[in-house]
Design a binder for this molecule. Structure first.
Ligand code: PGA
Length: 248
């Protein structure tokens, strides 16, 4: 089974459009053409839509795109894992490059914040998709090793069953992407990630960055690729339909 994670980011503008995106992808029929393999879709949605989507689509799984590192309290604008869990949300993305601290987003998360968020989710039986990736391809091994080591610090091996790791090279993501990573780059990187993860092959590893209707099939054929994390092509109804049509 391969995971298709739709990361809507700051889209769509209203709940009607959100409903349409979910209706387009009923999980039951998502068997990959030619392979007979089953796919499972997970939607990473804006917080404001989560409650309504969970109620409307009982058979689908919804996660948030980020979560507070705090349990509760005076933290304006934050949403806690307990709030998410109590409305039926299955977990959250953590450490997306658009939320991590870097030169353009100095307020963003540091590895210790990401580590705390992961602990909150994994200790409470929630799903956590940890995003990791380098800004320049040349530094990929060093960056991934560093991020994974710091982000998973002191998290027990027994808590890792709900952890998913997504390799998201920053240079391949979003509107400023140079290009999608090549098949060979994805292959060698996912293999490497599985060798450095404490749970090794038992932890699902995804690829994310400019995944679209043209490259998704080839990417999902990669042996160590357990799925994809899709941004732009997942929140535009036409693109999303085309992508799924090409797949099943
Ligand atoms: P993209 O985004 O598919 O638009 O490149 C991927 C992501 O940021 O998760």
């Amino acid at each position: 089974m391969k995971l298709i994670v739709a990361n809507w980011k700051e889209n769509p503008e209203n709940i009607e459009s959100a409903n349409k995106l979910v209706q387009t992808s009923p999980n039951l029929s998502l068997v990959r053409r030619g392979t007979g393999q089953e796919n499972k879709v997970l939607f990473a949605v804006p917080n404001v839509f989560a409650s309504e989507l969970v109620k409307e689509f009982e058979n689908e799984k919804f996660i948030l795109q980020d979560i507070s590192k705090f349990e509760n309290g005076s933290h304006t604008g934050e949403v806690s894992y307990k709030m998410a869990k109590n409305i039926g949300v299955a977990g959250s993305i953590v450490g997306h490059s658009e939320r991590r601290g870097n030169r353009t987003n100095i307020q963003g998360d540091r590895d210790e914040d990401i580590n705390q968020k992961l602990k909150n989710l994994l200790n409470n039986d929630l799903l956590a998709i940890l995003c990791t990736g380098e800004a320049n391809r040349e530094e990929w091994k060093k960056m991934l090793e560093l991020q994974i080591k710091e982000d998973l610090k002191n998290i027990e091996f027994t808590k890792l069953e709900k952890l998913i790791v997504a390799y998201e090279p920053i240079w391949a993501i979003g509107n400023t992407a140079l290009r999608a990573a090549s098949k060979q780059e994805i292959e060698e990187t996912l293999k490497f990630i599985k060798t450095i993860l404490p749970g090794g092959k038992n932890i699902k590893v995804l690829y994310g960055g400019s995944v679209d209707e043209k490259n998704i099939k080839e990417i999902l054929e990669i042996e160590d690729c357990d799925g994809v994390l899709i941004g732009r092509a997942s929140s535009d109804l036409e693109k999303w339909k085309n992508l799924l049509d090409n797949l099943v």
